[in-house]
Design a protein around this ligand. Structure first.
Ligand SMILES: NC(=O)c1ccc[n+]([C@@H]2O[C@H](COP(=O)([O-])OP(=O)(O)OC[C@H]3O[C@@H](n4cnc5c(N)ncnc54)[C@H](O)[C@@H]3O)[C@@H](O)[C@H]2O)c1
Length: 283
């Protein structure tokens, strides 16, 4: 997510400093940006000159101090509250007080993160979608402590990245995951109850509702571990059954079947071009 955010920021004309934990990971992120920009160049969407300008606006580092003069800092480290709070406490000391902090968290509370800093009035969620250069939405999340003027500037910044901002408040799952997660969990429950096969449920939503992919293809794409984790956080927040992970999801995650990234989930990806539904094993 971090490399995607850096790419859209630099492409929108902003000087962009990126920080990773070591040089190997910096290089991996820059490699992902180079691959994306290369593809755009091949398609003729990006000229060599524009590409060079984007590259020149990206300033990599392994030192948080490199962020000291930034106007806005967008954090996209691992989805772990304790880890994020440690990073924010350090950043608060390093980065100029007028700067805005934003977290790309999918499910953690912005309010719980902002209290690691003294700038609670200029601390927001800025939730991008994967893959960042392609997906048009950004949820911009305010808290009860937000300064309304600074919030509006942050919404405008998101729009200046070529995205459509959706304004929302700090409630578990924001807008998209609040609606999407129960839908995906319901598909698993329907399968568990024998309502239909993986293929028929996927086809139902794809061909009957015009979704670009069915719920099981989407679950495998998002990652079953990620979905399980987010569902747990949302269940803790709302205590409603619709956010509770169905037993089958838990079993898949415990078995290490995380979906596309691990080679198996609701489908088997031995041949990634022709995923095979695993109804027989999962019933
Ligand atoms: N993957 C998605 O589809 C998606 C979508 C929207 C939001 N998010 C959110 O974005 C964030 C990152 O997700 P991801 O999928 O890119 O995770 P990831 O594990 O692929 O990347 C996280 C990166 O953060 C780096 N990191 C960890 N600690 C760091 C530190 N102290 N300083 C600098 N870098 C550090 C890690 O080295 C790693 O490269 C999470 O909060 C996640 O919830 C993910």
């Amino acid at each position: 997510m971090g490399s995607g955010i850096a790419q859209v920021s630099a492409a929108a004309g902003y000087e962009t400093t990126v920080v990773e934990v070591n040089q190997k990971l910096v290089d991996r992120g820059l490699g992902m940006i180079a691959k994306n920009l290369g593809r755009l160049q091949e398609k003729g969407v990006l000229t060599a000159e524009n590409r060079a300008a984007i590259d020149a606006r990206i300033h990599p580092s392994t030192d948080l101090a490199a962020l000291s003069g930034c106007d806005i800092v967008i954090e996209a480290i691992i989805e772990n509250l304790a880890e994020k709070r440690v990073v924010y406490a350090k950043l608060d000391e390093i980065v100029q007080p007028k700067s805005i902090f934003c977290s790309n968290t999918s499910s953690l509370s912005i309010t719980e993160m902002m209290t690691a800093t003294k700038r609670t009035d200029r601390f927001f969620g800025m939730h991008f979608f994967n893959p960042v250069p392609v997906m048009k939405l950004v949820e911009v999340v305010r808290t009860i402590a937000s300064d309304p003027t600074v919030y509006q500037s942050t919404v405008e910044f998101a729009a200046s990245l070529g995205k459509t901002p959706a304004q929302t408040s700090d409630r578990g799952g924001f807008i998209v995951n609040r609606l999407l997660v129960p839908y995906m969990l319901d598909a698993i429950r329907a399968f568990e109850e024998g309502v239909g096969s993986i293929t028929d449920i996927d086809n139902g939503m794809k061909l009957g509702c015009g979704h670009p992919m069915g719920p099981f293809t989407l679950l495998d794409f998002v990652g079953l571990d990620t979905t399980y984790y987010i569902a747990g956080i949302m269940f803790d927040e709302f205590r409603e059954k619709r956010y509770a992970a169905p037993p089958l999801l838990k079993r898949l995650v415990m078995a290490g079947w995380f979906g596309r990234k691990s080679g198996r989930g609701f489908y088997d990806y031995a041949d990634p071009a022709a995923p095979k539904p695993l109804d027989g094993l999962l019933r």
